[in-house]
Design a protein around this ligand. Structure first.
Ligand SMILES: Nc1ncnc2c1ncn2[C@@H]1O[C@H](COP(=O)(O)OP(=O)(O)OP(=O)(O)O)[C@@H](O)[C@H]1O
Ligand SMILES: [Mg+2]
Length: 244
């Protein structure tokens, strides 16, 4: 009999039969109506589709922020629905980095301090947190801006700080819900290209949502959601595979 594969090569996510319902007054909203999905380690995935199709609902499940009404989710070898609240918040703190459309930086802290913050919450000593935050600001091209507060940074720069903050703790997964919604078209492409580059360089699994198909050009895996179901799960050859 063949040995099971080592856990590190097992998929990062396995979802089966996922449904998520909300009740609004008397109305039952079936936001997700039966999702089966496997996501491997190191993948770069876009979840796209029209408004109301369930993108954020699915991303919140993948980010361990919400639980399904029915179905099963395995993340990094663990049955997510069996984890205690404490265990869930531990996984969120150590395994997942989050980027939001509104950047969510702390306004009174500098770019460097914003990136340091989650590391300090994780218990990383200050000097080490500062060094790591500097490295990550460098990776997103913002070394010269480390002393700036968010109000002195452009939208694209703020999102770069948010990406550095999300990745500085070296999570296994980066989750970004409409990370480009507040950015112009050129800056949006730059932000997606940056995430793609960091995914390639560090191997962190990245999953983001967008309703803009123009941003999918360099995204190897594209999941289209329509009305709570995956209507298309497409892999495309991207330049990076040619150069790999
Ligand atoms: N907390 C909630 N309570 C009630 N209904 C909700 C809740 N969250 C989402 N929904 C509903 O679930 C459906 C899917 O919503 P979701 O936010 O996942 O869509 P989306 O694809 O992210 O849309 P958008 O592109 O506008 O962000 C919608 O009908 C929405 O109104
Ligand atoms: Mg949404």
């Amino acid at each position: 009999m063949a040995l099971p594969p080592p856990s590190s090569s097992a998929p990062l996510f396995e979802l089966s039969g996922i449904e998520r319902e909300f009740t609004l007054g008397q109305t039952l909203i079936r936001a997700l109506r039966g999702i089966d999905l496997t996501i491997g380690r190191g993948e770069f995935v876009a979840i796209w589709g029209p408004s109301g199709s369930g993108k954020s609902t699915l991303l919140n499940l993948l980010g361990l922020i919400d639980a399904p009404t029915r179905g099963r989710i395995t993340f990094d070898g663990e049955n997510v629905l069996a984890l205690s609240d404490n265990a869930l918040s531990d996984r969120r703190n150590h395994k997942v980095g989050y980027v939001f459309q509104s950047f969510n930086l702390v306004p009174v802290l500098t770019a460097l301090e914003n990136v340091m913050l989650p590391l300090q919450i994780q218990g990383v000593p200050s000097a080490q947190a500062q060094q790591r935050a500097r490295t990550w600001l460098g990776k997103v091209g913002l070394s010269a801006f480390e002393g700036f507060r968010p109000d002195r940074l452009s939208g694209g720069q703020r999102q770069r700080v948010a990406i550095a903050r999300a990745l500085a703790g070296e999570p296994q997964l980066l989750i970004a819900d409409e990370p480009t919604a507040n950015l112009d078209s050129r800056t949006s492409h730059e932000v997606i290209d940056l995430i793609e580059q960091l995914n390639r360089e560090t191997g962190v699994t990245c999953i983001f949502t967008t309703h803009d198909p123009r941003l999918l050009g360099r995204v190897p895996r594209q999941l289209r959601l329509e009305d709570g179901l995956i209507s298309e799960d497409r892999y495309q050859d991207t330049a990076r595979e040619v150069h790999a």
